[in-house]
Design a protein around this ligand. Structure first.
Ligand code: HH2
Length: 267
């Protein structure tokens, strides 16, 4: 099965790459529809940045940001394109699901009872600590064993509780050094082998600027990390992942189509 694309729609003033661009609900909805037209199968709406060091957002403010966008997108998106809500707050998750979101993207990996109740797929992501503290010297003995073991245990619990599908996400950049991110990406076949769909989010992340610096050694800013983002999305697809979470939908859809064509039996 070809790897599908989840388009990122951050309705925030401070996200690391697109912060402030889609705070206006009309612009956010237009961007969601544009990503659907470009081939995204899921539009991931988030109202709180989780970049390293980010401060938490009040529940009422997060609701104010995401609900009008979800309501409008639920009415306007073509059939076959789902909305997911990217939140760690139970009240926001519940309200978003009631407003038309059909997937719960949970970077805290704690909200599966809500996904069970609403009968929607749940994304369980691994994170060390909280966004405020997670990059303070993360240490693992064996990062793949620890992260994949954590996700497998959460999936077992969630499926037993009645969640219809669990996506496993290693949480690239969430309490991980560049080396940890590389080890997790290299280990993706082992995560896929657990038998659940795997979601990977590397798009424009900081470690890509470290791995692929400018010729003068400086790190390219987030919007200039497209080629590096495509390299990791392509790698994830070739490893058998089901979904990649990206800012740049159109070029990623192209890359996924090519990987899909290369898969055994496609030609
Ligand atoms: N990464 C971010 C946010 N949500 N969800 C999942 N499942 N996986 C991820 O890797 C992931 C995520 C961070 O990226 P972004 O949304 O672009 O930035 P910010 O958190 O600053 O809004």
């Amino acid at each position: 099965m070809a790897c599908e694309v989840m388009g990122i729609l951050n309705v925030t003033p401070d996200s690391f790459s697109d912060g402030g661009r889609f705070l206006d609900p009309e612009r956010a909805v237009a961007r969601g529809l544009e990503m659907a037209a470009e081939g995204a199968r899921v539009i991931d709406v988030g109202g709180e940045s989780s970049r390293p060091g980010a401060a938490p957002v009040e529940e009422a403010e997060e609701l104010r940001r995401v609900l009008p966008v979800i309501e409008a997108l639920a009415a306007e998106l073509p059939a076959g394109v789902q909305i997911s809500i990217d939140t760690v707050k139970p009240k926001v998750a519940e309200a978003a699901l009631a407003a038309g979101a059909r997937m719960l993207n949970d970077i805290s990996a704690r909200l599966w009872p809500l996904a069970a109740e609403a009968e929607v797929p749940w994304v369980a992501m691994h994170m060390r600590g909280t966004p405020r503290t997670m990059q303070d010297d993360p240490v693992y003995e064996d990062v793949c064993r620890e992260v994949f073991g954590f996700l497998a245990a959460r999936a077992t619990e969630a499926l037993a509780a009645g969640v219809p599908e669990v996506y496993l996400d290693p949480g690239i950049g969430f309490g991980k050094t560049t080396r940890h991110n590389l080890l997790l990406l290299r280990g993706l076949p082992d995560l896929v082998a657990l038998g659940r769909p795997v979601l990977v989010g590397t798009s424009r992340k900081r470690f890509l600027g470290v791995l692929a610096p400018n010729p003068d050694g400086s790190a390219p800013p987030p919007p200039e990390r497209l080629a590096a983002s495509l390299a990791t999305a392509t790698w994830a697809a070739a490893c058998g992942c089901a979904l990649v979470r990206v800012h740049d939908v159109a070029p990623t859809v192209q890359a996924m189509a090519v990987v899909g064509s290369l898969e055994a039996g496609a030609a």
